[in-house]
Design a binder for this molecule. Structure first.
Ligand code: 13P
Length: 655
């Protein structure tokens, strides 16, 4: 995933900061007071930051399910009061979220002030993501900050719709949620243990299916365990079982076995006849079975020990769903013991999914002992299912490509006499010689270099060679040294061009020597790679690129690679008029970037310039240069004429 822009990436001073928070908190039915302010507290760092930066903060949220009409039961007014207490800062409240009322208050706001709009769900247009409604909301702000992770699985107007009109950036809470859950989804450290609980298997099918691909162990507690135990033919008495999910449970158990995932079910359970405090309860082993008239309401002591043992060496733990009916103390032990086990784990990322498990960890006062307690129940579940959440997708991403300078390099190959070269260099100097917004390079035949370098010496156009020999000097008839080139002011050199590989039989090893030698002598290698038609048709493109990269970059350090340019030139597209489609080129170049990320780091790979080469012409360059992984072109035929100037203009237009 590309880095999402955060509130720290934007200037807030004097701006109307339209901030979507998740203040969907429980209220006391009689007094209307906030009974759990966890979500309000979780949004405080972002709100404080925005006012400290001199922003005018306009908060919006939903609360409950008011069905699209104004219902005082779901008013955010008590939340404004609680927020004011927590912040120690005045919070004004406006009794609607669109229209004249909010507009007037917003216009009168001063820097550092905060206001909370009334429940956005008092308008049915919020949940419908109505474009006009979203536009009205957006008109209140200059920038949109999305800190409502709890709503990220919904495409509503106040989180997703407004992002069509305003740049949407993540708040600190959203940033942390994406970071922590994203890590568990994309690259968890192993052993990766997942604890799932809660009442229903049906709520967790998506998560289980996705986790069977990633987790090493899945521990099952909560009432959902009984559906699995029934699938194994155990006696579960009157416990909650989803009859229509027994087949599914069997399939999950089978898949886990096939995939080598340890799927661990409880070995004992706490049973009672009714779900009430103070009733008679017993521990029974699962093998013995639950008598009829009794139901399992928590995991038993042996299961707690077993689960603790399975957590011991974990490096990543995700917990979603309580182990029993933890709201009643008699059936809370399993949940409490698992919470404690997680809190005491050392050196592991411990992530608590939102909803009930978050409520549980708060009940036992252990929230600050785990790495992350998600504020989103549904949202964290969907993220663990591997889904793209609309409320995250709508947050703007950093345009990494814009950070790489474009390069247009001309490879003149064996064309132009020194006289012709000098003349053409004069044309380039006059037309694009002072162009500074991108890098322009020409690589003439070596015999033309003195004349070309002389004409271009006071311009911004760099001169490159088409080849070097990786020795300082000596008995190497017909070859040219780096010292000679540097004497003429040459800065670049093409290495590993496919014509040198295929016509002159250059090996990956020699190419590697040339890359290293050029770097040692401070020339910038333009290192070429690319597959032949035969290799592409045999489906070997990635394999060939991988081998060329690994061999060509052997023993080249991270510092050195940063001084190189890579050029992807599919051999079948060179000089044939058969240009790769933008998608084909971008796919291969994306692969190369990912591979460089693995060899060095993604941070380095994101900064490396990768050029495309092969039948580039002014009429196809526009669609190529737009692609995410294409940072310019290495141009043959079209670099010999005025079309080169045209290519530079096309690239410049793209900037
Ligand atoms: P063409 O642009 O003539 O296809 O050549 C590409 C190339 O090989 C540049 O190095």
């Amino acid at each position: 995933m590309k880095r999402k822009l955060t509130i720290k990436d934007v200037d807030l001073k004097g701006k109307h900061v339209l901030m979507r928070v998740d203040f969907n908190v429980p209220l006391n039915k009689e007094t209307g007071e906030v009974t759990d302010d966890t979500r309000i507290k979780a949004a405080l760092p972002t709100i404080k930051y925005a006012i400290d930066q001199g922003g005018k903060v306009i908060l919006m949220s939903h609360l409950g399910r008011p069905k699209g009409v104004k219902d005082p039961k779901y008013s955010l007014k008590p939340v404004a009061k609680r927020l004011e207490e927590l912040l120690g800062h005045h919070v004004s409240f406006v009794d609607d979220c669109i229209g004249e009322g909010p507009r007037k208050v917003v216009e009168a706001m001063k820097d550092g002030e905060i206001m909370l709009l009334e429940n956005v769900r008092f308008h049915k247009e919020e949940k419908n993501n109505d474009p006009e409604f979203a536009k009205s909301l957006a008109s209140l702000g200059d920038i949109h900050v999305n800190d409502a992770f709890g709503t990220a699985h919904r495409a509503h107007a106040s989180n997703v719709g407004v992002a069509k009109h305003l740049t949407s950036v993540a708040g600190f809470l959203m940033e942390k949620e994406i970071l922590m859950l994203g890590k568990a989804v994309e690259k968890p450290e192993h052993p990766y243990v997942v604890i799932l609980g809660g009442a229903k298997v049906s709520d967790k099918i998506g998560v289980i299916t996705n986790l069977l691909e990633k987790a090493d162990r899945i521990l099952i507690g909560g009432a959902m365990m009984f559906t699995f135990l029934r699938a194994l033919g155990k006696k579960v008495g009157d416990s909650l079982v989803e009859e229509d999910k027994i087949e599914l449970a069997k399939n999950i158990l089978k898949t886990a076995r096939e995939k080598g995932v340890e799927f661990i079910l409880p070995v004992d359970t706490i049973i009672a006849q009714t779900i009430e405090a103070g009733v008679e309860k017993k521990v029974v082993s699962i093998d013995e079975g639950i008598p009829s008239g009794w139901k399992g309401l928590d995991i038993g002591p042996r299961t707690i020990e077993l689960f603790k043992e399975k957590l011991n060496d974990a490096k990543t733990v995700v917990w979603n769903g309580p182990m029993g009916v933890f709201e009643i103390d008699d059936f809370a032990t399993g949940t409490e013991e698992i919470a404690k086990a997680l809190a005491s784990l050392k050196g592991a990322d411990t992530i608590i999914g939102g909803g009930d498990s978050a409520a549980a960890i708060n009940k036992f006062n252990l929230a600050n002992k785990v790495s992350h307690v998600s504020t989103g129940g549904g949202a964290s579940l969907e993220m663990l299912e591997g889904k793209v959440l609309p409320g995250i997708a709508s947050i703007a991403e950093e345009d990494i490509k814009k950070k790489r300078r474009l390069t247009i390099a001309g490879n003149w190959k064996m064309n132009k006499t020194p006289t012709e070269a000098k003349l053409f260099a004069g044309v380039l100097a006059a037309e694009i010689g002072l162009e500074d917004s991108l890098d322009i390079v020409v690589c003439p035949p070596s015999i033309d270099i003195p004349a070309v370098a002389d004409v271009l010496k006071d311009t911004k156009i760099g001169v490159g060679a088409q080849n070097i020999y990786p020795k300082e000097s000596g008995a190497f008839t017909g070859e040219i040294s780096v010292t000679m080139l540097k004497d003429l002011g040459v800065k670049y050199v093409i290495v590993g061009h496919s014509e040198r590989r295929h016509i002159f039989g250059e090996s990956d090893e020699l190419i590697n020597e040339k890359n290293k030698f050029a770097l040692k002598e401070n020339l910038i290698p333009i290192f070429c790679i690319g597959e032949t038609l035969e290799e592409r048709e045999a489906g070997r493109t990635f394999e060939v690129l991988r081998s060329q990269i690994i061999k060509g970059l052997k023993d080249i350090s991270a510092n050195e690679i940063m001084r190189m340019i890579i050029a992807y030139e599919p051999v079948w597209a060179i000089g044939t008029g058969k240009v790769a489609t933008p998608e084909q080129a971008d796919k291969a170049m994306g692969y190369v970037r990912k591979l460089l990320g693995e060899l060095y780091s993604m941070e380095i790979a994101d900064q490396l310039k990768i050029l495309y080469g092969g039948s580039i012409k002014p009429d196809n360059f526009d669609s190529l240069i737009k692609m995410e992984n294409i940072d310019g072109g290495l141009v043959g035929g079209a670099s010999l004429k005025e079309s080169f100037i045209e290519l530079v203009r096309i690239a410049k237009n793209y900037l």
